[in-house]
Design a protein. Structure first.
Length: 258
């Protein structure tokens, strides 16, 4: 008899948003994937991605459950799946913050499941040409399977950093919070068409383009909900006020005489 092939682990992806759909081609190499979302076109969406659609109850019974939902929705989703998770399952979140998701999941999910927090430091735009060499953060929450998650991410070609949720959020207040806030400022300024650009301005334009299509929910998570973002906002506000005031006299001197 031919040797039996061990079935691949089952993975349920809860959340068919931009990032959830972006993950599927990469995860499909290793898992039998089921997709759940409340969107009305779930069946067509799953078929287009080459995976199967599932109910929330069926998705929650997978070996690994990945929660690709906004932070605002995480607690409600966690409470809905809690009673359907099987003993020994692994629940992983991909939120841009890590302290609050860890608190939510540890409180809402049964003790018989392991929990790992992850944050891929890229998205559909920055990873559109491939994810090899990009970074991802892994934070242990419950159990010791964070090392296994880190090993899988390395197999995907990612550079993995293991850290605490607090250390992650402290850095993200600047790494993400500052860049997203500056990008939104540029977008809000509604700049005119510019063709006489410098290399430095082109870098700024690429940064803006990378986050331009991010949802308002993601922006709020990064800039408002991070407990360490208030310090970043205060420092940015103080610097902008000081530097614009310093620049004002020089600008006034360049005005033509009446």
């Amino acid at each position: 008899m031919p040797p039996r092939h061990k079935p691949r682990p089952s993975l349920a992806l809860i959340g068919a948003g931009a990032f959830g759909m972006f993950c599927i081609p990469h995860l499909r190499r290793f898992f039998d994937i089921a997709l759940y979302d409340t969107r009305p076109d779930l069946e067509a969406c799953a078929a287009a991605a080459g995976v199967r659609a599932a109910t929330l109850e069926a998705a929650s019974a997978a070996d690994i459950v990945v929660l690709a939902v906004p932070l605002d929705a995480l607690e409600a989703v966690a409470r809905r799946i809690a009673s359907h998770l099987r003993p020994g399952a692994l629940v992983v979140d991909v939120c841009s913050l890590k302290m609050r998701p860890a608190q939510i999941l540890a409180a809402a999910l049964p003790a018989h499941v392991d929990i790992v927090g992850t944050h891929p430091l890229f998205g559909p735009q920055s990873g559109r040409d491939g994810i090899a060499g990009l970074r991802a953060v892994v934070c242990p929450v419950r159990g010791d399977r964070d090392r296994a998650v880190a090993a899988l991410l390395r197999r995907l070609g990612l550079r993995v950093m293991r850290t605490s949720a607090e250390a992650h959020d402290r850095q993200m207040a600047y790494v993400q919070g500052l860049t997203h806030l500056l990008a939104r400022v540029v977008i809000d300024m509604d700049l005119p068409p510019l063709d006489q650009t410098t290399a430095t301005f082109d870098h700024l334009a690429r940064m803006v383009a990378t986050v331009r299509d991010d949802s308002d929910a993601l922006f709020r998570t990064i800039v408002r909900d991070n407990p360490f973002a208030a310090e970043m906002r205060q420092r940015l506000r103080a610097s902008v006020l000081r530097l614009t005031e310093e620049a004002a006299p020089a600008a006034a001197a360049l005005r033509p005489a009446a």
